[in-house]
Design a protein around this ligand. Structure first.
Ligand code: SF4
Length: 425
């Protein structure tokens, strides 16, 4: 989401005549786009912000914009007092306040104040920032903003506001514009992406949106994330299975394998529901890869409850598990009402156990690719090797002197590890 927000903001600034610089010392405007999903991310953001203060002291005309979840959808007076050298505070996904500040146009400022999400207005003629134009192969496209689910550990609904789907026509226009600028793959984003369209009178659903985008000429691949087990319908599974441009890769968090913990997290499903749903996905979309998210050390999580997560992960054999150790986020239900009673050492021990388990599973899944020919969409050259992804989202590196950017080529896998593969053309 933040990458997409930054791209949109970059485009908005280019329209005002700004261009990108790599050096903070040279910049007229610095935007710090922040994430607060973990405490460490928040600490990093505030540390970086403090490091900008001397630049502002040296150059009072420098404009500093703090953007994203740290500011939150409602703005934050405390932040203004804490960081008086920041000129503009913007909620996530909204270049409006900075654009208004820079243009100083009254009409513009009024418009920015009226609309909570100026970026949505700008989307119809979205252009990529110049430094990415013609180079970016894979782009993020937010399709549903915010989240109305309110899992007890999560700060997102407080920061990104209630769920709002973007109209399908607007998304299709944005995707057309991206393709015209060289993009070959889009990843549709939403905190609960499979709820897309539920707040739009007459839809479409996410499956309907995928059907529309599947027809965009020049677009090669479509992905979407993050799904929620409660909303992953059979219609959606069929759309993934049938639409040739929609890639067989699903990101669908489990969070915990114990029903009581799931209830305390207010996730809205049981471990049996999750297990059945994975079974259904595998039946309807053969060869589909699946990624999950798991939190260890949620308040009250006993050893036995943790082991249920361990056992579930070891039987489901998913492709990827994004692991996190629970940390209370101020303002959330779990921080207010539950005691963070699993020690840091124990959280780390559980984290390492799952990490080791998943590494073994991922290595076995990867080994199946050895000697196979897979279609890789190449994105960029990193340290002399071209980097791309298979339809199942596996990272592949290939050595080649040719320009492979944006090309989809069949390659043969010569080495396969748990996190990436090597291949030859
Ligand atoms: S569904 Fe996701 S974004 Fe929404 S509250 Fe739960 S964890 Fe947070």
């Amino acid at each position: 989401m933040n990458v997409a927000d930054s791209q949109r903001l970059g485009s908005a600034l280019e329209r005002l005549g700004y261009s990108l610089t790599d050096s903070a010392e040279e910049a007229d405007v610095i935007v710090l786009n922040t994430c607060v999903v973990r405490q460490s991310a928040e600490d990093k953001a505030t540390g970086r912000l403090h490091s900008l203060r001397p630049l502002k002291q040296r150059n009072p005309r420098l404009v500093i914009n703090l953007m994203g979840c740290l500011v939150g959808v409602k703005g934050d007076e405390k932040l203004r007092a804490r960081f008086p050298f920041v000129d503009v505070f913007s909620p996530p996904s909204d270049p409006g306040p900075l654009v208004a500040y820079l243009t100083q146009g009254e009409a513009r400022a009024l418009e920015a104040a009226r609309t909570s999400n100026l970026s949505a207005v700008m989307d119809n003629d979205l252009t990529l920032p110049e430094h990415e134009r013609g180079k970016l192969v894979s782009a993020y496209v937010p399709v549903v903003y915010g989240c109305s689910h309110a899992c007890t550990f999560c700060i997102i609904p407080y920061r990104r506001g209630v769920e709002r789907s973007r109209p399908a026509g607007e998304i299709a226009a944005e995707v057309h514009a991206l393709v015209a600028q060289g993009v070959r793959e889009v990843t549709l984003l939403g905190q609960i992406v499979d709820r897309y369209g539920k707040d739009l009178p007459g839809g479409p659903s996410l499956a309907g949106l995928l059907k529309i985008l599947n027809q965009v000429e020049g677009l090669e691949r479509i992905r979407f994330l993050t799904s929620h087990p409660n909303y992953f319908s059979e219609e959606l599974m069929e759309a993934v299975a049938e639409l040739p441009k929609v890639m067989p890769h699903i990101e669908i968090p489990l969070q915990a394998g114990d029903d009581e913990i799931l209830k305390n997290m207010r996730r809205g499903y049981t471990q049996a529901d999750y297990r059945n749903m994975i079974g259904k996905i595998r039946e309807k979309i053969p060869g589909c890869s699946i990624a999950t998210d798991i939190i260890v050390g949620f308040p009250g999580e006993s050893e036995a409850q943790f082991m249920k997560t361990y056992e579930l992960l070891s039987t489901l054999k998913l492709d990827v598990a994004h692991l996190a150790r629970y940390s209370p986020r101020a303002g959330t239900v779990s921080a207010r009402r539950m005691s963070d009673d699993v020690s840091d050492e124990e959280k780390m021990r559980r984290f390492r156990l799952l990490e080791e388990l998943q590494e073994g599973i991922a290595a076995k899944i990867a080994a199946r690719y050895l000697g196979q020919t897979v279609a890789v969409l190449f994105e960029e050259k990193v340290k002399g090797r071209w980097r791309g992804r298979t339809p199942t989202n596996k990272l592949v590196f290939v050595e080649s002197d040719e320009d492979l950017r944006g090309k989809i080529l069949p390659v043969t896998v010569t080495w396969a590890g748990p996190w990436s593969m090597q291949a030859k053309i």
